[in-house]
Design a protein around this ligand. Structure first.
Ligand SMILES: Nc1nc2c(ncn2[C@@H]2O[C@H](COP(=O)(O)OP(=O)(O)OP(=O)(O)O)[C@@H](O)[C@H]2O)c(=O)[nH]1
Ligand SMILES: [Mg+2]
Ligand SMILES: [Zn+2]
Length: 289
């Protein structure tokens, strides 16, 4: 694959920027992404992680990146630049201190962008240049309700090689309809972006990750049945409009404790990490692209 951009063209929205600019003037994505891909001489593989606020995107993505750099599952991962390590450092240092990382800010220039090269021993030495931004759930919600509020989200989804849709399985299992509706809206947004004729289906692979499945172990036993039962609107839309969808249960935390903060609010405390199902969605996406 050859890279088709110049060093000052934004990889996400393709707009031209000044040679010494650090961030794209249009969508605020870091231009180091483009510069690095020009050095590598190939287009990176954009994997977009989306989901409602508080579903666990930051925790999942930070933990996934950390597992890759610790060579879990025979993976080898090389971060491209120190900015790519920030997300995993934030997540791992908070978990080590028995805290959850803070909510991702809505400002695009505050999002962490992870850019790393990944290869798996069993994949004949093939390298993927993965770009995975950690976006704020509230910004995603704003873009769904009023398209073009966050052009960066639209551009990312339109160009994604693969997408991970994160859903809060613990809420879904309790019958919370908001969980199903949010993912339903997201899938419909992706479907609309593809601008396909009625009979054609979206080919981009989509992994639906049932986060916080430590609260509902039945999701691990059979993610498909769990989704069909508890996320029925999404399931039906995927059947009708998407060619390549798979469901995965995942959880990072083994046991949760409860405490109170200085203002008396109840807080959750991650007592220890027990990752389950973290690598599988990535593995499937890489095999599907
Ligand atoms: N039980 C359990 N809770 C989790 C897990 N991952 C995250 N959580 C809880 O979910 C909360 C939100 O996680 P985040 O990763 O910050 O959520 P987010 O999707 O990044 O949210 P925004 O940044 O607002 O978009 C955490 O503060 C935890 O309370 C998990 O694996 N198991
Ligand atoms: Mg977050
Ligand atoms: Zn841009």
């Amino acid at each position: 694959m050859t890279v088709s951009v110049s060093a000052s063209e934004c990889l996400i929205c393709r707009c031209e920027n000044a040679d010494d600019a650090l961030y794209c003037s249009d969508c605020l994505a870091p231009l180091s992404l483009t510069r690095e891909s020009v050095v590598q001489g190939r287009d990176p593989c954009l994997l977009t992680v989306i989901g409602d606020s508080n579903v666990g995107k930051t925790v999942y993505l930070g933990y996934l990146l950390d597992m890759l750099s610790r060579r879990a599952g025979d993976y080898e991962a090389i971060p491209k630049g120190p900015f790519s390590i920030q997300l995993q450092q934030t997540v791992m240092s908070h978990l080590a201190a028995r805290q959850f990382p803070p909510k991702t800010p809505n400002e695009v220039d505050q999002w962490h962008w992870a850019y790393c090269q990944v290869s798996q021993d069993s994949d004949e030495g093939r390298w993927y240049d993965l770009v995975m931004p950690d976006m704020a759930g509230e910004s995603i919600a704003a873009e769904l309700d009023a398209p073009d509020t966050y052009t960066v989200i639209r551009n990312l989804l339109a160009q994604s090689t693969g997408t991970m849709v994160l859903v809060d399985a613990s809420l879904a299992a309790m019958g919370n309809v908001q969980t199903d509706f949010f993912a339903f809206k997201l899938m419909s947004y992706i479907d609309q972006l593809a601008q396909l004729r009625v009979g054609d289906k979206v080919a981009t692979p989509v992994a639906i990750v049932l986060c916080k499945s430590d609260y509902c172990p039945q999701a691990f036993d059979d993610p498909n049945t769990f989704a069909q039962t508890n996320l029925n609107r999404v399931w039906n839309l995927c059947e009708a409009r998407f060619e390549n969808v798979a469901y995965f249960a995942a959880s990072v935390i083994g046991a949760i404790g409860f405490g109170t903060d200085t203002e008396g609010n109840v807080t959750t405390i991650p007592l220890h990490s027990a990752p389950r199902g973290i690598l599988e969605p990535l593995e499937w996406l890489l095999s599907a692209i």
